[in-house]
Design a protein around this ligand. Structure first.
Ligand SMILES: *Cc1c(COP(=O)(O)O)cnc(C)c1O
Length: 365
């Protein structure tokens, strides 16, 4: 077992930090699940105990998001958010129809690339020429599009949508890296998807929330494994689901509920983001890369003013037990991912390192 001083301050963008009690309970379930004498890794997904896990996970997702009884289905699928890039148009874009996309980063453009396989794909706005440092606003959405797709949090570029377009067509959102992190009116979205490994659980499961009445309208013949209606009919067990990833996700959702749900975790997330961004803005040796009004509370991206000082700063944060902070290659510098399970204390450690670095560079002690 790790002691507190051995545990790293894990800023990884994904797979990411999860609550310590999730690691401990998952480890225990690998040895003996529910006192069954069996490991969670060896039980049938059709066993009563696992069906109960799946049912509770699906119900708890809806409860935490305030979507219970509102016509939504929660599914735990395979294939990551990347498979949803194509499942969404397959299930929602009509034959000879069109879809609208907001291009706010690498993942959004990945979704656009897949949609083009299915029909006319209109990019309503893009911040690509500014290296995705902001969220485009005031764009027109074609009223005859089958849906609008957006990405609520841009994991790589450190931007986050603060508001969502008011439209009369279905709204689809990739929430991989900020689902369960802040209160939104989730009923404004008709389809939400998220790879588990950013803020919900280990890699291997993908959460999809669908307002059921938007399905079945395309006229397309959809292969079974890519058909949301087939997965709904099978209660998210059309084939063997990612048993362990669903179980660990359930543990994280239970942890979140015990913290007081999304509203409670949002307060802590806001405090973490404020602490770090205040330091980035105050400290003359650093600067943020994203426009201030669009900054992400999940992934803070920042650079050293003088990149030749990187070896000194890097040695300091490593010494402080920080892990996973180098930036994505398309932005460079640093990216501090502050998902739900990252404690405020870990952010304080990073801020303290930034302050020590400043003192060192200015010749103090
Ligand atoms: C990580 C990420 C993805 C890709 O997720 P996979 O599960 O690896 O396919 C897609 N969208 C966003 C916003 C992400 O952060």
């Amino acid at each position: 077992m790790l002691t507190d001083t051995m545990k790293k301050h894990n800023y990884s963008a994904g797979p990411c930090i999860l609550p310590q009690e999730v690691f401990e309970k998952s480890a225990a379930a690998i040895l003996d699940f529910n006192n069954s004498g069996l490991s969670i890794l060896e039980i049938s997904h059709r066993s009563k105990d696992f069906v109960a896990v799946m049912d509770e996970a699906r119900a708890l997702v809806l409860e935490l998001l305030g979507l219970t009884g509102k016509g939504y289905q929660a599914l735990f699928l395979h294939g990551g958010a990347s498979l949803e890039f194509l499942m969404v148009p397959y299930n929602l874009m009509k034959e000879n129809g069109k879809a609208a996309y907001l291009d706010t980063g690498t993942w959004a453009s990945g979704a656009i690339k897949e949609a083009k396989n299915f029909g006319e794909t209109v990019v309503v706005a893009s911040s690509k020429t500014e290296n995705y440092n902001h969220i485009p606003k005031n764009f027109e959405v074609p009223a005859d599009a089958d849906y609008l797709h957006c990405t609520s949090n841009n994991t790589i570029f450190g931007t986050q949508m603060q508001s969502f377009p008011e439209i009369d067509i279905p709204l689809v959102c990739d929430m991989s890296s900020d689902i369960f992190s802040r209160v939104l009116d989730f009923s404004k979205f008709d389809l939400i998807y998220a790879g588990a490994q950013k803020n919900m659980g280990p890699a291997g499961a993908t959460l999809v929330l669908i307002k059921e009445d938007i399905l079945g309208k395309t006229g397309r013949n959809i292969p079974s494994m890519l058909d949301y209606q087939k997965h709904i009919a099978a209660e998210s067990m059309y084939n063997t689901p990612p048993v362990f990833a669903v179980y660990a996700s359930l543990l994280t959702l239970q942890w979140l509920k015990a913290q007081g749900g999304i509203a409670a975790i949002e307060k802590i997330n806001n405090a973490k983001a404020e602490l770090l961004y205040n330091e980035i803005d105050r400290n003359p040796y650093f600067r943020g890369t994203a426009n201030k009004g669009d900054r992400s509370h999940m992934n803070a991206t920042f650079l050293l003013e003088d990149e030749t000082q990187a070896p000194i700063f890097d040695a300091m944060w490593k010494e402080a037990g920080i892990s996973g902070i180098p930036g994505h290659r398309s932005v460079g510098g640093y990216r501090a991912s502050m998902y739900n399970a990252l404690p405020l204390e870990s952010v304080q450690v990073l801020v303290d390192v930034m302050r020590s670095f400043e003192r060192k560079m200015t010749g103090g002690l």
